[in-house]
Design a protein around this ligand. Structure first.
Ligand SMILES: [Fe+2]
Length: 333
């Protein structure tokens, strides 16, 4: 089916729950993942050693083809079940997760340190703007990738539900209720670089606008990180107009309306694979535990789709700048 904005424009009210998006791995596939991950771990390999190599497991070919179609052209979301987290060590699970999801594209670096896998867990490091290492609620936002693959290794004692919302659905609601706000969101806003400015940056903020809820080549897409937009205005000593502030916040408000976003709590071995271009995601606050079996841990991989998917120029420019800031391995040489 050709990609259309309708395919990705669903609300939670229109589906029966996360199982509508579920894909379950078979025992044969689980065995193949376990064998390959253990073999690579025994050779001392890490995800970094696998970068750019064709490591796709033949046993998963058909399933991953279906996953990619669902994520990039249809609803934008797959809930993958049955990842063998019980049978593997933390190091082996990391390899297993990359071996499973490698067909999604090329791994993207996730920070200025160039890390290729994000450990989403509580870290006491004072870097509050990287909210995923804190226990507080995470507002709706986008990550820096075409596709995000998030595996639940361990869940905490309470909280930590995942929330996902379709940008297509948000666009349809806002177009109906506040078309002038949609125009501002589609025009976009400069984004603050914080301490991750690309080498070509001329100041603390992007010198171009980054849009959200914008229709581009048949799919609604965008970047949305509320604090980065507000911080950019502050850094430029520019006061956002009342209409701009309201437009930015309207996205969050509509996403939080009952029945719009899908919300559920992942269990160990469950994973979310979603189109970061056409969805926003959030997380409820969670309780942390000093018990190692209950310390919430997700493994996050960011993929750049190969071949590149159509992206609005403002989105492409922002993401390419961040790849330079993160010294992404695809830019080497
Ligand atoms: Fe995120």
């Amino acid at each position: 089916m050709a990609a259309t904005s309708q395919n990705s424009a669903w609300t939670a009210d229109a589906v029966s729950g996360p199982d509508d998006f579920a894909v379950e791995l078979s025992d044969t596939q689980r065995d193949a993942i376990i064998t390959a991950a253990k073999r690579m771990a025994a050779r001392g390999m890490t995800i970094a050693d696998l970068w750019g190599r064709d490591i796709a497991l033949p046993e998963l070919r058909g399933t991953m083809r279906k996953v990619i179609r669902e994520v990039t052209q249809e609803s934008g979301l797959v809930v993958l079940k049955g990842m063998p987290v019980e049978e593997l060590s933390e190091e082996e699970i990391a390899l297993a997760w990359h071996l499973t999801t490698a067909p999604l594209g090329r791994l993207r670096a996730q920070s200025g340190w160039g890390e290729l896998m994000g450990r989403v867990e509580y870290v006491d490091d004072g870097r509050d703007w990287r909210g995923y290492t804190k226990t507080k609620e995470l507002n709706f936002h986008t990550d820096h990738a075409d596709t995000v693959a998030l595996l639940c290794v361990r869940q905490g004692p309470a909280g930590g539900a995942s929330r996902l919302v379709s940008q297509g659905a948000l666009r349809a609601i806002i177009a109906e209720e506040a078309p002038e706000a949609l125009a501002l969101l589609n025009r976009g806003f400069p984004y603050a670089w914080f301490d991750e400015a690309p080498p070509e940056a001329t100041g603390p903020v992007s010198d171009f606008n980054v849009p959200v809820l914008v229709e581009h080549e048949g799919r609604v897409q965008g970047v949305y990180i509320q604090s980065f937009m507000l911080q950019a205005a502050e850094a430029m000593e520019r006061t956002l107009t009342k209409d701009e502030v309201e437009a930015i916040d309207l996205v969050r408000q509509v996403a939080n309306r009952p029945g719009v976003a899908l919300e559920f709590r992942m269990e160990p071995g469950h994973a979310l694979i979603f189109d970061n271009l056409s969805m926003l995601h959030a997380r409820t606050a969670f309780e942390r535990s000093d018990n190692p079996t209950q310390s919430r841990l997700l493994y996050r991989l960011w993929y750049a789709t190969q071949p590149e998917r159509p992206r609005h120029p403002g989105i492409a420019q922002y993401e390419t700048a961040l790849m330079r800031a993160y010294k992404d391995p695809s830019l080497a040489g």
